[in-house]
Design a protein around this ligand. Structure first.
Ligand code: ATP
Ligand code: MG
Length: 483
């Protein structure tokens, strides 16, 4: 074990938020050992800005609770931890862990329960990468390095502690972490890891709960290096495990959205990881919508059902929380709204809660060469910067343009034009009673479609009519009137 002088590596107490110091100090005062460990130390060593600081101690979670009282909550079952609240910060305090006992390991070698307390030496050996296993005692100004992690910091190498094959088998999520850190830190992956990073090994991710994989996917999307990690995920075959249905070619749209996400993070803007999910699954959503349309399902219902289907299939890999699913479907639905808005709805659409995300999405599509947006991305972009008078002019121009296209004599489409133009009228559950009565005979989408056989434009045998849930869930996809 080497004791490094923190100041020699550019670390100082001044870089630390008061909250982590308070936790370290309180534990020390109570007679326990306490260190900062993990990503915080690693990032400081690399001159990066850590996103948070985790603490580790020889106090058990119950003892940590004794020290911090009501400011502490013990969480987790498989991996028990103390959460300590200091002001607005939350500090995660872990207890030194010893190797897990045999009885809590699955048949495949995966650790199921992991609350066997131990010494700092045992704790270090349990961590994933050497660079994540440095222990920093800020008051003493020292870093404990048990494995020459400092050499890996210097040579920018990602090295797993212990035998890589075993470490991946114990916790297959470490494969994802490998690619995440390689991309985030711009490190190379040690050859002995590459040796075991086989397609068979990546299959082990199937045993990981879709909840945990969603959390990991979020970290991948929000670390600021999506552009770098996407090709790695594909190359190493982890893509298939995370997004079974998404084609592993990075489309121009996905590439641009990744670039845009990274840039937003770089300038400190917030990002919603669900937005990138919406991007990734967009093509699947469109294909699925086409599938329903071809069966003669009314457009709004086709989109709603397609959205449900695509998200349901994705949930076998990563379980997207309900609110994020709703967000994704709203962004998709917004695409239709923004593409051909009713002139009188333009202003309220621009003030809609989902406008910003929907518009960003539309513009990214357009900028990546998707001409089905018909230039509406640019139109909305310009619209937002206009004065009230300019907006009026723009809307009437848009209106004229719209009327012109609609008046074009497209013989077989005439009926379609008059019927589908108002998007809101497609939104059955949110229509006013009056418009619902008025359009009771209306929402037939395509006259060319022979499958259409009843007044709603859907084949009476179509499964969509047999699934009550669809109707209920539609209310989440289609917006009510804008406030
Ligand atoms: P960041 O927070 O920047 O994403 P991190 O290294 O802090 O990176 P966390 O997930 O916050 O990552 O974990 C904190 C520390 O806990 C890690 O640095 C590592 O030492 C240990 N750790 C986390 N996950 C694992 C794992 N799956 N296997 C072994 N050790 C882990
Ligand atoms: Mg961390």
């Amino acid at each position: 074990m080497h004791t490094l002088r923190a100041s020699k590596y550019g670390l100082s107490i001044k870089q630390l938020p008061p909250s982590i110091l308070e936790v370290i100090d309180a534990l020390t005062k109570a007679g326990y050992q306490a260190y900062i460990v993990g990503g915080g130390v690693r990032d400081l060593m690399l001159g990066l800005h850590p996103k948070d600081f985790d603490a580790v101690t020889n106090a058990t979670p119950a003892q940590v609770k004794e020290v911090f009282g009501r400011r502490c909550r013990i969480i987790g079952r498989r991996f028990e931890l103390a959460h300590v609240y200091v002001g607005r910060d939350l500090i995660e305090v872990a207890t030194f862990r010893a190797p897990p006992k045999k009885a809590v390991t699955s048949a495949l070698g995966m650790i199921l329960r992991d609350n066997n307390w131990g010494t700092i030496e045992q704790d270090f050996a349990r961590r994933d990468f050497s660079i994540n296993a440095m222990y920093y005692q800020p008051r003493q100004g020292v870093i404990l390095d048990f494995c020459n992690a400092i050499d890996d910091v210097k040579s920018k190498t990602l090295r797993l502690l212990g035998e890589p094959k075993l470490r991946f088998e114990e916790d297959p999520v470490r494969m994802l972490r490998t690619l995440r850190f390689a991309a985030k830190l711009n490190f190379s992956i040690a050859p002995e890891i590459l040796d075991v990073f086989t397609p068979e090994m990546t299959q082990l991710l199937r045993d990981i709960s879709p909840h945990r994989l969603y959390d990991e996917s979020q970290k991948l999307f929000t670390m600021g290096h999506l552009q770098r990690v996407l090709p790695l995920l594909i190359e190493f075959g982890l893509w298939k495990q995370l997004f079974a249905e998404v084609s592993p070619d990075v489309t121009a749209f996905v590439a641009l959205a990744a670039k845009n996400t990274d840039q937003r993070i770089q300038v400190g803007k917030t990002i919603n990881p669900a937005f990138f999910y919406a991007v990734l699954l967009w093509r699947n959503f469109q294909e699925r919508t086409e599938f329903y349309l071809a069966k003669g399902v009314v457009a709004a219902e086709a989109r709603a059902q397609a959205g449900l289907d695509v998200l349901k299939r994705q949930s076998t890999r990563t379980i997207i929380p309900r609110f994020a699913e709703t967000f994704i479907r709203e962004v998709w639905e917004m695409q239709t709204r923004l593409l051909s808005p009713k002139p009188q709805q333009i202003e309220s659409l621009a003030g809609h809660a989902r406008f910003r995300a929907g518009f960003d999405f539309l513009l990214l599509r357009e900028k990546s060469g998707d001409d089905t947006t018909q230039g509406m991305g640019q139109w909305w972009e310009a619209y937002q910067d206009m004065t009230i008078d300019q907006k009026e002019v723009a809307i009437s121009q848009y209106n004229r343009q719209r009327a012109k296209t609609r008046r074009k004599p497209r013989t077989e489409d005439v009926e379609v034009d008059t019927v589908i133009a108002p998007l809101v009228a497609e939104a059955a559950p949110t229509r006013s009673r009056r418009s619902r009565n008025k359009s009771a005979q209306a929402p037939v989408r395509s006259t060319a479609n022979t499958a259409v056989s009843n007044a709603d434009g859907v084949d009476a045998n179509h499964p969509i009519l047999k699934r009550k849930r669809v109707q209920r869930d539609l209310s989440q996809v289609i917006f009510g009137p804008t406030q």
